[in-house]
Each structure stands twice: as structure tokens, then as C-alpha cells.
Design a protein around this ligand. Structure first.
Ligand code: SF4
Ligand code: SF4
Length: 280
């Protein structure tokens, strides 16, 4: 089973929920936690352990100047500005390339070939006997976050229970993370901004056909608007985590409430059982 944990905005506690859920579940079963927030992966901070890195490469065009006639077709085709045909050569801008392969196809003279370029890495560790952590890491300045996410997800294939921690927002990396998941946990907080961004994230899950439920984090007890939204959109509220000094203290020192506070391991196990499509 593959479960994505997402939120429409940053700072809702999405990664904290993912880490706590992973820890609680790993007490009784094998769990693989995949950090798909590849621009700012942080789950390794909860689960420090020696890791093995695998580079992630994407194909980029390389021009054969001997064959190139400067016809300009490749420059006209590229929608990302990654190629420019100038007076006496073709300039390439690898960081802008999205590896679509189109320029190679349209070149009438076979003057372009694809060569691999490293854009990031996937880091794999086993911090607990029943927990595997896979973290995607995009190199600074690179744009192809989805490629690193795909590589991280491929490494987790075949694992019985996988949790994907998405990046915040609703852009391509989030879609790449949720796509193919069996269910999605949407983490929100009880503020007007939180509700607005929850509505965007819920729309993404709905468009992808992924059953979703909601965790209200840092609840101030005034969740009526969020609960009403969830009811209206058929989203079960899976768990409410109160705004509390005790919880904040654990999290501020990088701890996990499912491990460090009594009762929370069982509550996170209950969250898992409440996810749409999960059989107890
Ligand atoms: S592979 Fe696609 S994105 Fe990259 S340079 Fe060629 S046309 Fe542009
Ligand atoms: S399409 Fe091929 S031949 Fe034409 S400018 Fe580009 S690399 Fe050169």
C-alpha cells in the first residue's frame, strides 16, 4: 500500500505527521518512508542513520558540431529555452533542460545525442529495524524535481507499506508524489489560510482519483470551518492534533510525539486504520 502525505502549504506539520506515522507503524510492521520533498528533504533529521547514495541522472542534449548545419530546428522546438542557435554554434543550457528528448527527434541531421547528467541523488538508510528511509535530494539550481521523486519512488517499489512525504503546495512535484498512491493524507491547520490551501490540495487529490482524508494539526479547538469543508467534500477527518505546549516542546527538540508522549503511538496507529481503503 502506498500512502501520500501532502498539504496545500508549507508549515502545516506534514513531515512531522509522516515521521510520527512511520515510527508508530514501524513498531509492528515493515514501513518504507520516502522523502519526496526533494528540494528540502528533512526526514533524515528525525531518523539519523548511515545512508547509501545513488545518483539520479537525466538525459541532456549534446551537439555534434561536425554534423550541425545551424538549421535552427532544435532551438525553435525547445519550449524551455534550453537551446539557442546562434551565428556559429548551438548553445545549450543544461539547467533549463527538461529532458523531453524532442530536440534529438527534430534534428534533421542527427547532430544531437543524449548524454546523462547528474541532477541529484537518492539516499537510502535503515534507521530502525523495521523502517527504511529513502530521501530524494535535488541538486541546487536544478529544475527537474519530478525526476528525482520518480527515482526515489522506484527505489521503494515492491515494499509492502510505503509512505510518501510530498513537498508543500500543489505543483508538479506534489502531483508526481500523489500519482499512483492508494490514499492521501492531507495535513492542514485551523486557520483561514490553512483551509484555503487544504481546498487546493483536496482538488489535486480528487483530480488524481486518490481517496483522501484530513489531519488537522495544531488545532486551536475552532475547527468548525475545516470540519464543514471536509463534510461537504466527503473527506473524513482522520485525526486532530491539538496546539499544545507539551507537543511543541517535543517537536522543537526534534522529537516524535508518537515515540516520546504517552498515548500518541496508538493514536497514530488509529490514524492509519482510519485512512480510506486501509483494512485494519
Ligand atoms: S531535451 Fe527537450 S527540454 Fe531539453 S533541450 Fe531538448 S527540447 Fe529542450
Ligand atoms: S536541429 Fe540539429 S542541425 Fe539544426 S541547429 Fe539543431 S543541432 Fe544543428
Amino acid at each position: 500500500m502506498r500512502i501520500a502525505i501532502a498539504s496545500g502549504k508549507g508549515g502545516t506539520g506534514k513531515s512531522t505527521v509522516a515521521a510520527n506515522l512511520a515510527w508508530a507503524l514501524s513498531r509492528s510492521r515493515d514501513v518504507t518512508l520516502v522523502d519526496c520533498d526533494v528540494e528540502e528533504p528533512n526526514l533524515h533529521l528525525f531518523f539519523p542513520a548511515p545512508a547509501t547514495d545513488v545518483p539520479v541522472t537525466t538525459p541532456n542534449p549534446e551537439i555534434d558540431a561536425a554534423r550541425c548545419t545551424l538549421c535552427g530546428e532544435c532551438g525553435k522546438f525547445c519550449r524551455f529555452g534550453a537551446l539557442a542557435v546562434v551565428k556559429d554554434c548551438v548553445l545549450t543550457f543544461p539547467h533549463l533542460c527538461h529532458s523531453c528528448g524532442g530536440c534529438t527527434l527534430v534534428c534533421p541531421h542527427g547532430a544531437i545525442r543524449e548524454v546523462p547528467r547528474t541532477i541529484g541523488r537518492v539516499s537510502c538508510s535503515r534507521p530502525l529495524s523495521r523502517l527504511v528511509l529513502i530521501s530524494g535530494v535535488l541538486n541546487e539550481g536544478e529544475v527537474q524535481a519530478p525526476a528525482v521523486i520518480r527515482a526515489a519512488k522506484v527505489l521503494a517499489e515492491g515494499h509492502p507499506l510505503t509512505l510518501y512525504d510530498a513537498s508543500p503546495g500543489t505543483s508538479c512535484p506534489v502531483i508526481e508524489t500523489i500519482a499512483g498512491s492508494d490514499a492521501c493524507i492531507l495535513v492542514t491547520e485551523s486557520t483561514p489560510f490553512g483551509l484555503h490551501d487544504l481546498s487546493l490540495a483536496a482538488e489535486v487529490a480528487e483530480k488524481l482519483g486518490t481517496p483522501a482524508g484530513v489531519v488537522i494539526n495544531r488545532s486551536n479547538g475552532q475547527d468548525e470551518a475545516t470540519v464543514a469543508f471536509c463534510r461537504e467534500h466527503g473527506l473524513p477527518v482522520l485525526m486532530t492534533i491539538p496546539f499544545s505546549r507539551e507537543i511543541a516542546a517535543v517537536q522543537n527538540r526534534g522529537g516524535l510525539i508518537s515515540r516520546d508522549l504517552p498515548g500518541w503511538e496508538e493514536r497514530f496507529a488509529g490514524l492509519f486504520r482510519a485512512i480510506p481503503g486501509v483494512s485494519p
